[in-house]
Design a protein around this ligand. Structure first.
Ligand SMILES: *Cc1c(COP(=O)(O)O)cnc(C)c1O
Length: 466
């Protein structure tokens, strides 16, 4: 007969494993600030050690953790370290991360109040705090999802259902075949996540009406087509390259007159609302119908943490409804799954609550302002050293180019090889640019200076050894 290990020794073993993980985490945090932003060939080669067949039987857990740390930690991109400027990635705010660890031990399912009263409560509190922090209409509800991609899809589905309901068509029940038409209006720089959502909610990537954008990537409101009550407008607060904000006041005003639905993709830019200095970028945004935002970008919540916000609680809830005789709702309590596409879901509100509680309103404002002033300082430093800055630096994004497209490309390659900093590339007005996104709370002025030096060294190397 197999022996059942007694519960105390199992708990001891579990505690020892957690201690081991804690020890590795400490080593990692200490190393992350100086770890190269390029894992290097030797470290990457070791990833092949994971290519084994599925084990026939158990592996010692401590051995598993040791392997994960030995091979895994050096092949991370240390995006928490202060010199990672790729994509639009946030860092991980330590108190939020600590709360997430505890929450991981709880292992709560956020679907229903009866599954996790604490998660239900924290979602309710986070919803209220975020609506207040951003200055959105009081009745606005929030759903906590994996990221802005999911939040956009949830917002667009809600809009689609509403625009069709107004035409007497229950799309949730009848589907799109034979449905009346609705229109979709987008700016020329709309994010790929918007197209992805349109493609899978049946509105189609290619049947959109595109509004031209200006040199910063902002939708030109005067060039919007005439809107009507069958139109969905998707606007952007923070272009993923330039950081530019669409003129939301003009867009929302036209949409409101026509009865159109406005969804705002504010993945990283919506947090501008928390800063007195930056809130002007969002003027009029509170008149939209739904908003998508990431807490894992500007706000520095650990991955993954996106939020769908909607000023029409019933419309979001009806788009996200689901049924099953075993599903148990609790009167007067929040059942999180009715605000999101998922059913089972991790308790993201725990770390979001922890972050907002420990930072407070002023902490969030300081963070937003600091990211923006570092971006400005990066742009100034690079300009002084003869680099071209291709955007108006209004938020946390800087687009950098050299004298020729070839040199820009070579500098980007060298930066990624050198590993002192990490930046990605993009095409901006048909030319290559190097993207700098200042998104981590750990970035300091010294990191900005090192980054400027890294750009110069990469250019020097490109010129001397082409
Ligand atoms: C990051 C981003 C997205 C996608 O968000 P995910 O959290 O990666 O799903 C969408 N729109 C914009 C403007 C973004 O910056």
């Amino acid at each position: 007969m197999t022996q059942i290990p007694n519960i105390t020794s199992r708990l001891d073993a579990f505690g020892a494993l957690l201690d081991q993980a804690r020890e590795y985490a400490g080593e990692y945090i200490n190393a992350a600030h100086e770890q190269a932003l390029n894992p290097g060939a030797a470290a990457l080669a070791r990833l092949s050690e994971f290519d084994t067949p599925l084990p026939d039987g158990p592996t010692e857990a401590s051995e598993m953790l040791a392997q994960l740390h030995d091979i895994g930690s050096p092949t991370t991109l240390p995006s928490t370290g202060g010199r990672y400027f790729g994509f639009v990635n946030g860092g991980a705010h330590p108190p939020a991360l600590a709360a997430k660890w505890l929450s991981d031990i709880w292992d709560q399912n956020a679907a229903f109040y009866v599954m996790s009263p604490i998660t239900s409560k924290l979602e309710e509190v986070c919803e209220r705090w975020i609506v207040e922090l951003l200055g959105l209409p009081k009745q606005t509800v929030a759903g906590f999802v994996g990221g802005t991609s999911t939040a956009i899809a949830a917002g667009l589905v809600t809009a689609r259902n509403e625009l069709l309901t107004r035409q007497g068509w229950d799309v949730a029940a009848r589907g799109l075949f034979g449905a009346p038409e609705i229109r979709v209006v987008l700016g020329a720089q709309a994010h790929g996540a918007v197209y992805k959502a349109l493609s899978y909610i049946g509105l189609g990537r290619d049947r959109v009406e595109i509004v031209p954008s200006d040199d910063q990537g902002r939708m030109i409101a005067e060039k919007m087509p005439a809107l009507d009550a069958h139109t969905l407008v998707v606007a952007q607060a923070g272009d993923v390259n330039s950081g530019a904000f669409d003129p939301l006041d003009a867009i929302c005003e036209q949409a409101q007159k026509a009865g159109a639905w406005v969804h705002v993709d504010g993945a990283f830019g919506l947090w501008a609302a928390a800063s007195k200095n930056k809130r002007g970028l969002l003027r009029g945004f509170e008149n939209a119908d739904s908003w998508a935002v990431d807490a894992h970008k500007t706000l520095n919540a650990p991955y993954d943490c996106g939020i769908i916000l909607c000023r029409h609680p019933q419309k979001l809830a009806s788009a996200m409804q689901a049924s099953g005789s075993y599903l148990q709702r609790t009167d007067g309590q929040r059942d999180g799954m009715y605000y999101v596409p998922e059913m089972s879901r991790r308790a993201r509100a725990t770390e979001l609550w922890a972050l907002l509680k420990t930072m407070g309103r002023s902490g969030v404002e300081d963070l937003v302002d600091r990211l923006c002033s570092h971006a400005q300082s990066m742009a100034d430093g690079l300009k002084t050293h003869g680099f071209q800055i291709k955007n108006d630096v209004v938020f946390n994004q800087v687009l950098v180019a050299c004298d020729t497209p070839e040199l820009t490309q070579a500098v980007l390659t060298n930066i990624q090889e050198d590993g002192e900093i990490w930046c990605g590339g993009a095409t901006w007005h048909d030319s290559p640019v190097i993207r700098v996104s200042i998104c981590s709370w750990t970035t300091t002025q010294a990191d900005i200076e090192r980054a400027v030096a890294a750009f110069c060294a990469a250019r020097e190397r490109a010129k001397t050894s082409p």
